[in-house]
Design a protein around this ligand. Structure first.
Ligand code: SF4
Length: 329
């Protein structure tokens, strides 16, 4: 008989792991799809290593699906069901993952989709009605199985066809994590991530930076990384300035491949910074002044800072408070 294969929405969080494990236990081959929106956290390489290790541990395969561009274009700024507490469009985001997974079924020769959602568990994405909304939006045609709450939900195609045994699925409901924690213990699943897996869209400060950004500029893929690092300033003529906070951030900013921004350093040891390429000369001069303020430069000395092909002579502010007036709030 042909092997039954499922694609799982795999965030790395405990619920997605348990949902996958429940199905693997039934002899189904599971491929965990991690949807890389770019907002999954700052330590991307670390996250990918973690996903690989934990997927191996439960006997699933891992595929990382880059949806950065599609997510920005179609979901992030126009979610049908709005946002959670911050810039997190969870219902639309889940539905989008299911839609993309559904489109990938033929590629992986897979039969159905698994999601770790639990009925009534979390305020935004997992209320019962939210599950229904996700279903409608995702056009999953009953191909989406939620093993942790399946017994409370209408029967799906994988159950109907006997690919999985509904009796062995669960009926978890609500916010208590007890059943999940006991199952994790039983299967030796340890060191798993928190439910949102560090999604930056649920972070208040990151959300503020997105809101500020879209007031002045189109949001593009490269902006995701720009928003992750450094102190952020909005200058008087509306350019964005990013000033790194430490050596690690200097390295991160150095690695970025950017079209809209120019990187600049100082004529003395200090932060690496970024400013919009099309910033006015006044903003570039202000950027130099602010960046100098975060170095060991002396307020009574004049420094020449090169930004792109231009050179600006300026001194740091006497006090960081002067620079902080331009912080993105
Ligand atoms: S927490 Fe982030 S990744 Fe998870 S559903 Fe919400 S927006 Fe999507």
């Amino acid at each position: 008989m042909k092997k039954i294969r499922a694609l799982a929405l795999f965030s790395g969080g405990l619920d997605s792991l348990l949902a996958m494990k429940l199905i693997i236990e039934q002899g189904v081959e599971v491929i965990g799809l991690y949807f890389d929106t770019g907002f999954g956290g700052k330590a991307e390489e670390e996250k990918k290593r973690y996903l690989k290790d934990i997927a191996d541990k439960i006997g699933a395969k891992l595929e990382i699906i880059n949806i950065k561009e599609q997510f920005i274009k179609e979901i992030l700024f126009n979610p049908k069901y709005g946002y959670g507490k911050n810039f997190n469009p969870c219902i639309d985001c889940h539905a989008n993952m299911i839609r993309v997974a559904k489109a990938l079924l033929p590629k992986y020769d897979a039969h159905f989709i698994i999601s770790g959602e639990v009925a009534g568990q979390r305020p935004m994405s997992q209320r019962m009605d939210a599950l229904k909304k996700v279903e409608e939006l995702s056009t999953a045609d009953r191909l989406i199985l939620r093993p942790l709450s399946a017994k409370l939900l209408p029967i799906t195609i994988p159950e109907e066809k006997g690919w999985v045994d509904r009796e062995k699925l669960l009926d978890i409901h609500g916010r208590s994590r007890e059943v999940q924690i006991n199952l994790a213990k039983k299967w030796g699943i340890e060191n798993y991530e928190s439910p949102s897996g560090g999604c930056l869209l649920t972070d208040e400060n990151f959300s503020k930076k997105i809101k500020d950004h879209i007031k002045f500029d189109k949001f593009e893929t490269e902006d995701i990384d720009v928003l992750k690092w450094g102190r952020h300033f909005r200058l008087p003529d509306s350019a964005k300035l990013v000033v790194s906070r430490n050596k690690d951030e200097n390295e991160k900013i150095k690695e970025l491949n950017l079209n809209k921004y120019i990187k600049f350093s100082l004529p003395l040891p200090g932060p690496l910074s970024l400013i919009n390429k099309d910033a006015s000369n006044e903003d570039k001069k202000m950027a130099a002044k602010i960046a100098l303020t975060y170095s060991k430069a002396k307020p009574d000395e004049v420094y020449e800072v090169e930004i792109g092909n231009e050179k600006f002579k300026t001194s740091p502010f006497e006090n960081k408070k002067e620079a902080q007036k331009y912080f993105v709030k």
